[in-house]
Design a protein around this ligand. Structure first.
Ligand code: ADE
Length: 232
């Protein structure tokens, strides 16, 4: 039977889903609360991982080991790197990579974790397609794009860094957990997709835009997850 792990970094990104789920149990591990139950008819475990790649990776491993999830969805907000992605739009991952890994001195590509054999972690094609179709069906007013998530332990709010993430990694959005979740899902052979609503443009205006738009953006992503889980 399917059991879907749903990870949001911040309370804002999971509170709507937690409020709407039929809760059967809450378990604590590594300072995180794992909410087990059903969401729109699907068996789920919803968890706030905390911000950043270490929290996200730990959370993913716990979902694999203790909750035996069959799928992972990461929901939340992100800064757009692609000019086609406006605030409020949704980015569904084709793949994800770490933009802050650098072992180029040893001949690896920028972003490539040594000795892993891949730089990009490819999202499950069926999950990503389903997410896009579901978004278009239930919310035709919101633009949904497929693209690359680049993650690092930094909030991106600088035009020059943004330009580098585009030229070096061809990123479509920047955030702080997706690649770590994707990396963990890859190592555990769990299909995953990252769904991120755009809260800012990861440029010099991001510091101002982010607090204004984060709540509405988080709602867009969570609304899509609510619809998606019943299709899996
Ligand atoms: N999450 C939302 N916006 C972000 C940004 N600009 N950089 C990193 N993470 C984000």
């Amino acid at each position: 039977m399917n059991r879907i792990g749903i990870i949001g970094a911040m309370e804002l990104e999971v509170k709507e889903l937690k409020a709407r789920m039929a809760l059967s149990k809450v378990e604590k591990k590594a300072g995180m609360e794992f909410h087990e139950g059903t969401l729109n008819g699907a068996s789920v475990v919803i968890v706030r991982s905390g911000v950043g790649k270490v929290n996200a990776a730990l959370c993913t491993q716990i979902l694999a080991d203790l909750f035996h999830v069959t799928h992972i969805i990461n929901t939340g907000v992100a800064g757009s790197l692609n000019a086609r992605l406006d605030i409020g739009d949704i980015l569904i991952s084709t793949d994800a990579l770490h933009h802050d890994v650098d072992a180029t001195i040893f001949g690896y590509q920028p972003g490539e974790v040594p000795q892993l054999g891949c730089r990009e972690f490819v999202a499950d094609e069926d999950l990503a397609r389903l997410a896009k179709e579901t978004c278009e069906r239930v919310n035709p007013d919101i633009h949904a794009y497929m693209g690359r998530v680049v993650s690092g332990d930094q909030f991106i709010s600088d035009n020059l860094i943004k330009s580098r993430l585009i030229s070096q990694f061809q990123g479509d959005c920047a955030e702080m957990e997706g690649a770590a979740i994707a990396h963990g899902a890859y190592l555990n052979q769990i299909p995953f997709v990252i769904i991120r609503a755009i809260s800012d443009k990861a440029d010099n205006s991001a510091q101002v835009d982010y607090p204004v738009f984060e709540a509405a953006a988080a709602k867009h992503s969570a609304a899509l997850v609510w619809e998606l889980v019943k299709e899996i």
